[in-house]
Design a protein around this ligand. Structure first.
Ligand SMILES: *Cc1c(COP(=O)(O)O)cnc(C)c1O
Length: 351
């Protein structure tokens, strides 16, 4: 606390990201990073871009990247917005689309950045409880609201809604902006992007951090009606005109163009998830059905915090949230076969 702080800063409750510690031989399953590296073609494109041209500003509109993403997703470039990680894209969406007289709705158990943005931007919100099994009932969102944001698959539960459910929600809420945060969709969810043509209030946000193994490059994007995208651009150009480095734009384009690598690695993560779920169940864990690159699990006889601590002592890092309803759960990122073996061996020892 400093007397030089603004009133706004005094009121903030910042997001706490998963730790990035330096522990030798660490099995890092706490921040949903991809256990495999990025596409070699992306790495080559980044290296090729790291030359004399870095003295020049990058394309402020990231035209080539937006064209590549538009082609990939079957939309027009004016329907694509890119930002410095999807966290930044989401921040701009909160400022541009989600601040209204009526409250913003999102689940009570969800990405914990949402309430942080609400405080930063002065947005009133209501947390809508998930059901007993951490399922999301879209019917609960059929009420007076200023806007809606949902992750699909949800985080930290990993539970996905079928596209038809999102469509049903859009049909009954045509007059408020609806943002679907699809950070994990490539691991088994159904994207809402095909609904954009019929629903001008829908914005879909995706990231290259998880399924494309580029968390360190910081590239996220949004797809929606061109008028929604224009709103995001207005905020972006009032904040930072050059959010994406030259290297980020080049690497992101090459990653999207290397579809064979992308398909191969996401299939590998999905297969490992199936094995990880089975192993955890064998040890007595209750595991939620996951469509993401992590699982959300609890052991009926052990406290979540105790398990997380015991794992950490064995150099296995998982994420634990000291929050109501989920304090006995662990969110565990799907790792390589070797990492999963280390996790399971450590748990066998602890239990
Ligand atoms: C990881 C994550 C993001 C942000 O990812 P970026 O690295 O900023 O692109 C957004 N939403 C959810 C639900 C996430 O888990």
């Amino acid at each position: 606390m400093s007397r030089y702080w603004s009133a706004l800063v005094r009121e903030l409750k910042p997001y706490v990201p998963g730790e990035q510690p330096r522990i030798p031989d660490l099995v890092k399953l706490n921040t949903n990073e991809n256990p495999y590296g990025p596409s070699p073609r992306a790495l080559a494109a980044i290296a090729a871009e790291a030359g004399d041209d870095l003295r020049l500003y990058p394309d402020p509109e990231a035209t080539a990247l937006r064209e590549t993403l538009a082609r990939y997703h079957g939309v027009r470039p004016e329907q694509v917005f890119v930002g410095n990680g999807s966290d930044e894209v989401l921040a701009h969406a909160f400022a541009a689309l989600l601040k209204h007289e009526r409250p913003l709705l999102f689940p009570d158990i969800t990405y914990s950045f949402y309430p942080v943005y609400c405080r930063l931007f002065g947005i009133g919100f209501e947390a809508v409880p998930l059901d007993e099994g951490f399922g999301l009932r879209t019917a609960d969102y059929v009420r007076q609201a200023g806007a809606i944001i949902l992750p699909n698959p949800n985080a930290p539960t990993g539970v996905a809604l079928p596209r038809a459910e999102i469509e049903a929600l859009l049909r009954v809420q045509p007059d408020v902006p609806v943002v679907i945060d699809e950070a994990y969709v490539d691991f088994g969810g159904e994207s809402a992007i095909p609904l954009i043509a019929k629903h001008p209030n829908l914005l879909v946000v995706q990231t290259m951090s998880k399924s494309r193994a580029l968390a360190g490059l910081r590239v996220g994007y949004a797809i929606g009606d061109a008028a929604l995208i224009e709103g995001l651009v207005r905020v972006k150009d009032s904040f930072n005109s050059y959010p994406l480095a030259r290297t980020s734009q080049a690497g992101a384009i090459a990653s999207v163009e290397d579809d064979a690598y992308f398909q191969d690695r996401r299939a590998a993560v999905i297969a490992s998830r199936t094995r990880m779920e089975a192993e955890l169940r064998r040890l007595g864990f209750e595991v939620l059905p996951s469509a993401a690159n992590f699982v959300f699990a609890r052991h009926p006889e052990h406290e979540g915090a105790t398990l997380a601590k015991a794992l950490r002592e064995r150099a296995v890092l998982v994420r634990h949230f000291a929050a109501p309803r989920i304090s006995d759960h662990l969110r565990i990122t799907v790792g390589t076969d070797r990492q999963i073996n280390r996790l399971i061996a450590a748990l066998e020892e602890i239990l």
